[in-house]
Design a protein around this ligand. Sequence first.
Ligand code: RFL
Ligand code: PHB
Length: 418
Amino acid sequence: MDILDTQVAIIGSGPAGLLLGQLLYKAGIEHIIIERQSAEYVASRIRAGILEQITVDLLHKAGVADNLDKYGLPHDGVEILTNNQRHRIDLSQLTGGKQVVVYGQTEVTKDLMEARQQANLRSFYQAEDVQIHDYESSPYVTLVQNGHSYRINCQFIAGCDGFHGVCRASIPEDKMQTFEKVYPFGWLGVLADVPPVAPELIYVQSERGFALCSMRSNTRSRYYLQVPITDTVEQWSDEAFWEELKNRLDDDSKANLVTGPSIEKSIAPLRSFITEPMRFGKLFLAGDAAHIVPPTGAKGLNLATSDIGFLSDALIEYFQNGSNEGIDQYSARCLARVWKAERFSWWLTHLLHRFDTETEFDHRMKQAELNYVLESVAGQTTLAENYVGLPFKVDRSDLKSHVLASDKTESIHLTSSS
Ligand code: RFL
Ligand code: PHB
C-alpha cells in the first residue's frame, strides 16, 4: 500500500470538489481529489445551466472564468407561461441590477479540470472502494486504483461526492437528521443543436404539465418536460418529445420552435433533501452530498458552490490564521442559505407542476397564487430575488433600516402629493 499525506482530501470531482480544490490551491493549501468515475465521464455529464452571481464571483476568485466571461450569456429576465400567455419577470429591475448567467455545468467542470491539469494537481480518477476513516480524530481515506491500494492521511475530509456518495453514507444514522420529499414525476431533458425558441428561459405551467425552454448558447437548446416517474427514455422518441413540448407551449413559441435530433436525452427524478448538520468532526459535507433540490429553481449547482464559498474560507482561515471560527460556523452558515433555497425550489415546483393527487380546489388555488405572483410587484420581486440568488449573509438590522428608510420615503411622497 502507498501512503500519501495531504492537508485536505476531497472526495468527488463534481463542481463542488473541483472548485474547492482550485480555491485551496490558490491559497497554497495542499489537497488531493478522489473520484470514482473517469475524467472523461465527469467532463461529459449534462446537468445545470444557470449560474447565480455568487457562483460567477467564486469562479473568478478561483481564476477559471475566462471562458465564462467569453461565452456565458447574461440574462436580465425569465418568462413564465400560463394560460397561453407569457409574462416576463424583469430580474434586473426587480433586484437592483442583478442577473443570472447561462453557462453549462459541463463547461464549468471542463474549465476547472483544465486549470487543475495546468497546475499539475493530484487527482485519483476511477478510484474503487473509496472509504473514509477516523474523521472525528485523525482522518484518512483509503482507495484502490488499477489494483493498487492507497492510504491518504489528511487533516480534513471534504465530502463532495454527490447524493449517492460514500461520505454521508459513512455517518451513523443517530448522528444526523435528514429531511426528504420525493416528487411523483421526473424531468425528461433533451439537448439539441437548434437555436433557442426565445432569447430568455420560459418556465411553462400547462394543463398537460410543466415544461422548460432553456439553452446553452445561441445555437444549442435544452428543453425539459414533466413526465411520470415511471416513464423511460426509450418510450420517448425525438418526434414524441417535440410534439408534446409544442402541446405545452403558446401559439407564438410553437411557431418559433426549431426542432432537430437530440444529442442527449435523460430523465431526472425530482427530490428535496437536507442533511443536518453538514459537519461531523473533521468531515464536511458540501453540495449534493448534503442536500438536493428539484431543478425548478436552478439552485443545485449554485448551492454547491455557495457551500464551497463557506468551506474554502473556513479552511483558509484555519490553515493561515489558526482560527476555528469558520469551521465551527460552517454547518450553520450553509444551512441558513440551504433551507431558503430548498423552500424556493419546493414552492416553484409545487406552483408550476401538475400533481395527479391535486383536487380541483388545489388546482384553482395554485392558479390564483401564480396569477397573484405575476400581477403584483411584491410577488414578482419575491420570485426574482430568490431566482438570482439570496445573499451569502443577511443582516436583519440592515433590513430594518431599509424598511424604515422606505417608510420615510413613502411618507415624504404622500405629503408632497397631497
Ligand atoms: P456531483 O456533480 O454529483 O458530483 C459528485 C461527484 O462525486 C463522485 N462520487 C464519488 N467519488 C469518489 N468516491 C465515491 N464513493 C463517490 N460517489 C460519488 C461522482 O462520480 C461525482 O463526480 O455533486 P456536486 O459537485 O455537489 O454538484 C452538484 C450539482 O451537480 C447539482 O446540484 C446540479 O447539477 C443540479 N442541477 C442544477 N443546478 C443548478 O444550480 N442550476 C440548474 O439549472 C440545474 N439544473 C440540475 C439541473 C440537475 C439535473 N439533474 C440531472 C439531477 C438539471 C438537471 C436535469
Ligand atoms: C438547464 O438549462 O438545464 C436548466 C435551467 C433552469 C432550470 C433547470 C435547468 O431551472
